[in-house]
Design a protein around this ligand. Structure first.
Ligand code: SF4
Ligand code: SF4
Length: 371
């Protein structure tokens, strides 16, 4: 479908998107590496928020700064920074999350490569009143950092306008996820992947228009029948659309996810009637947590089980980024929750290179045949 082209273009060449936004809208590009980055605030302050993913296949420069057992996403992003591939960024924002991101933040801060740098100290524990109050102070301080960078006030009205825009984007992304669950054959998994990743890169006004059109087109389309296995994909971030194609070739389809490059990022409307900074606090405190955050001992297991049941999943695939400790630590507990509920699961390490795809294909096919 031609409606997916703009999203694929953004995924394949973020620097071209950045150049377009800089020349057309005159905006500075603010990179971030985690879905806890408060994008609405960055956007409201007049910057363009862009999630950064590694683009380099080989890592060599980053080895001088990070151990080889550091998560492959973070090593890849540092490699791109050091190689000058991210020179289109004016700044980088690091929410306080996993250790790998925190070490990346330290290196970038010390190198002083970008005009703007901010650590946003989002609390680890998010389910208490004091955590919310603290998060409010952290976001207010970040707002002041952005104001200093631009030497102007960032008004509530600007933040509220960005919140409305992001609400509309998230609403349409959620409609796409619903469509995918209802009619798994309607959209290829790799195309939905491109929409979500592209949405983290594209100009948000253009994106909102593209999404509206795409949802409308898909809702008008006759859905093909689907008789395969319904699967949930869980983990940190998926950076390989080929995984979706392998699952589909094996006779399955992803009908829901618990991913940073998926529903964990897209979920959660902000109440437009609340004072905007309070609305932001509510969203970032209430959104589905990742293992770098805490919202109760059973929150992650309960949520994964709820997703699997709600979407009639036959199985769950845990997608692990190499050397991602937070997700690896969570795995035994999440797996046991699914085992107790009689839901089968499979762990798959995200291959670093295309050569690893053959093995991944065999494991996925075997799992899908087994469930
Ligand atoms: S899994 Fe958690 S820490 Fe990692 S990028 Fe996503 S939100 Fe950030
Ligand atoms: S959560 Fe995992 S994959 Fe994401 S940045 Fe941290 S260590 Fe890497």
């Amino acid at each position: 479908m031609k409606e997916f082209k703009a999203f694929w273009d953004a995924v394949n060449d973020p620097s071209a998107v950045a150049a377009g936004i800089k020349s057309k809208a005159g905006k500075k590009i603010m990179g971030h590496v985690c879905s806890y980055a408060p994008e609405e605030l960055i956007h409201g302050a007049g910057f363009h928020p862009m999630r950064i993913f590694p683009g380099q296949a080989e890592v060599s420069l980053a080895d001088n700064h990070l151990q080889s057992y550091c998560c492959s996403l973070v090593r890849g992003i540092l490699e791109d920074c050091l190689a000058g591939n991210l020179d289109y960024l004016s700044g980088m924002v690091f929410p306080h999350t996993c250790d790998s991101i925190m070490r990346l933040s330290d290196i970038i801060r010390l190198k002083g490569q970008f005009e703007f740098f901010a650590d946003v100290l989002v609390p680890s524990k998010l389910d208490t009143a004091s955590a919310k109050a603290y998060l409010g102070q952290v976001l207010e301080r970040f707002r002041q950092d952005l104001e200093r960078a631009e030497d102007r006030e960032v008004t509530d009205r600007e933040i509220a306008a960005s919140i409305r825009l992001f609400n509309s984007i998230r609403k349409n992304l959620s409609r796409l996820f619903e469509l995918k669950s209802k009619h798994p054959g309607l959209i290829f998994g790799k195309d939905l992947y491109a929409v979500v990743r592209g949405a983290m890169i594209m100009d948000r006004n253009e994106l909102a228009r593209h999404l509206e059109r795409l949802v409308q087109k898909l809702e008008e389309k006759e859905p093909p029948p689907f008789a395969g296995r319904r699967l949930v994909l869980a983990g940190s971030a998926c950076t390989m659309p080929e995984i979706h194609s392998l699952i589909e070739q094996g006779g399955g389809a992803i009908v829901a996810d618990d991913l940073c490059t998926g529903q964990r990022w897209a979920d959660g409307q902000i109440d437009p009637d609340m004072p905007p900074m309070e609305g932001l606090v509510e969203r970032y405190a209430q959104r589905m947590v990742c293992p770098a955050k805490h919202a109760g001992i059973h929150a992650r297991g309960d949520r994964l089980l709820e997703i699997a049941k709600e979407h009639g999943a036959h199985g769950v695939i845990f997608l692990l980024v190499k050397f991602c400790d937070p997700h690896a630590f969570d795995l035994p507990y999440l797996k046991s929750v699914l085992d107790q509920a009689g839901i089968k699961s499979q762990v798959l390490e995200l291959p670093e290179h295309q050569q690893g795809m053959g093995q991944a294909a065999t494991r996925l096919e075997t799992f899908i045949q087994m469930i």
